[in-house]
Design a protein around this ligand. Structure first.
Ligand code: P53
Length: 474
């Protein structure tokens, strides 16, 4: 029992959170380049209709951790840890600065050639997300991001260019990061600015339809370019539990789970699930479709299911009880008395990973890939300048143990990439101090620091986990 020999161990990142060089070599602005850090971030993130064009004092994505200039040093460190796979995204506005050009930006394409070549030197397989919270700002401003049907063509043109360019360098692709995030943080999930008078769900589910059709079209194009490509969807996962055994709570949890699985039901099975009709009716949503949309969804489902897992969630049927939900997170949840939480209130539930994996696998029977899991925490250097991050080691150890238990339960699993294997900018808060890495980066929340890289204690720990293929977790 245990993991297969060619199990893909590695780490995960996203262009907008670690590349920096936000205007270099012809890159255009991404909507993320308008987001500040810390307390101010929720303003444009959750109320873009009021605040997207506010002037803020600091934008963390502009320099980020400067992977753009330091990729050789960083990839050497990943190789030293023994990575078999490295998850990254391509910055869409680096390739099409405004999103609606017909010709791509060669300098942007060249950068990713260089990165893939560097990974190849160490036999590290790239796992590439085409769209990770990175809609070109111009498309947000001119056509409303994913609310407009027109974006499907722009996305497919962009995808075709990169799939063609890297057809011999990349095998594993994800069409959209955390597709269900469009319903939770519509700005980063779909480049959506929703006005107060609008039916929010109408905008979100129409955008979701565009994301889904675009994903299938990109899958079609991908298979035409290289039939060996493996294309995955990506879900922000985390099983929703019922608050009590009251059947009404169980039903409420079922509904909450469906809110997430809805997207993957379409991407994996190729059709809208049976419950969609009622959901749309209840929410007052009428989808506009074009001829051939349902056929394209049906004909081009994904090959594997990837997901992020940080936490499970807890749901009640009682509106009074639900008022106690922790609202600060993208996924509001009740407090589970059996779990501890991180400093950011994310509840730690390793067994929840095993449950989630079994649920997803039972639902789709396709190989899974854990493409994000990790512990955002404040790291401090001790008097010797070391970072002894035992809390992070504990988090990963407990989750990897349960991941292996799920594989022993019978779940097919391709790999595991820890989120933010090198410290990077938080998507939710824009902070640097919410660190996930095995590699420390000297940079703070307002842009001070040398950007120097330093191994944490967890670096050697993860190295040994990979070397033993998950057998030595101590
Ligand atoms: P941060 C919320 C809940 C679950 C996953 O998140 C999320 C978010 C967004 O805040 O996003 C994923 O940086 C995402 C990454 C992100 C990571 O989780 O807010 O795919 O881009 O950085 C961790 O702590």
């Amino acid at each position: 029992m245990g993991l297969q020999k060619d199990f893909l161990w590695g780490g995960a990142t996203a262009a907008n959170q670690f590349e920096g060089a936000y205007l270099e070599d012809g890159k255009g602005l991404s909507l993320v380049d308008k987001l500040p850090a810390g307390k101010e971030r929720h303003l444009p993130l959750f109320e873009p209709q009021k605040h997207l064009n506010d002037e803020f004092s600091f934008y963390p994505s502009h320099e980020s951790i400067d992977f753009y200039h330091r990729y050789k040093e960083d990839i050497a460190l990943f190789a030293e840890m023994g990575f078999k796979v490295f998850r990254m995204s391509i910055s869409w506005p680096r390739i099409f600065p405004n999103g609606d050009e017909t010709e791509p930006n060669e300098a942007g394409l060249k950068f990713y050639d260089d990165v893939f070549d560097e990974l190849k030197k160490y036999n590290i397989e790239p796992l590439v997300t085409l769209n990770h919270f990175d809609t070109p700002l111009h498309l947000v401003e001119t056509i409303g991001g994913w609310r407009s049907r027109e974006i499907v063509d722009h996305y497919v043109r962009y995808s075709k260019v990169v799939l063609e360019r890297y057809k011999d360098k990349v095998k594993y692709w994800l069409t959209h990061n955390e597709i269900n995030m469009v319903a939770h943080i519509p700005l980063i999930g779909g480049g959506l600015i929703i006005e107060e008078h609008e039916n929010r769900n109408q905008v979100i589910y129409q955008a979701a339809h565009h994301l889904l059709v675009a994903s299938s079209m990109a899958t079609k194009v991908a298979k035409e370019i290289n039939p060996e490509f493996q294309i995955g969807c990506m879900l922000a996962a985390g099983e929703v539990y019922a608050n009590t055994p009251n059947p009404l709570d169980v039903l409420a949890a079922l509904d909450k789970n469906r809110e997430q699985y809805f997207f993957i039901d379409v991407q994996s099975r190729g059709e809208y699930p049976g419950y969609a009709k009622k959901t749309f009716k209840d929410l007052g949503v009428t989808l506009e479709m074009q001829d051939g949309d349902l056929e394209v969804l049906k004909a081009h489902p994904v090959d594997f299911i990837s997901f992020s897992y940080y936490s499970s969630r807890l749901e009640s049927a009682d509106p009074e009880e639900n008022k106690k939900k922790d609202a600060g997170n993208a996924f509001a949840s009740l407090k589970n008395p059996y779990l501890k939480a991180s400093d950011w209130g994310w509840q730690i539930d390793p067994v929840g990973l095993r449950i989630t994996m079994n649920q997803i696998y039972d639902r789709y029977q396709k190989p899974l890939f854990i493409v994000e899991n990790g512990y955002g925490a404040i790291d401090e250097l001790n008097e010797n300048g070391e970072i002894i991050d035992d809390y992070r080691i504990d988090y990963h150890r407990d989750h990897i143990r349960e991941m292996i238990n799920a594989v022993d339960d019978g779940v097919e699993l391709l790999g595991y990439t820890s989120w933010g294997c090198i410290d990077l900018v938080s998507a939710g808060t824009g902070q640097m101090k919410k660190r996930y890495g095995f590699i420390y980066v000297d940079r703070d929340d307002v842009g001070n620091g040398t950007l120097e890289r330093k191994k944490k204690k967890s670096f050697d720990w993860y190295k040994q986990v990979i070397a033993s293929n998950g057998e030595n977790l101590e």
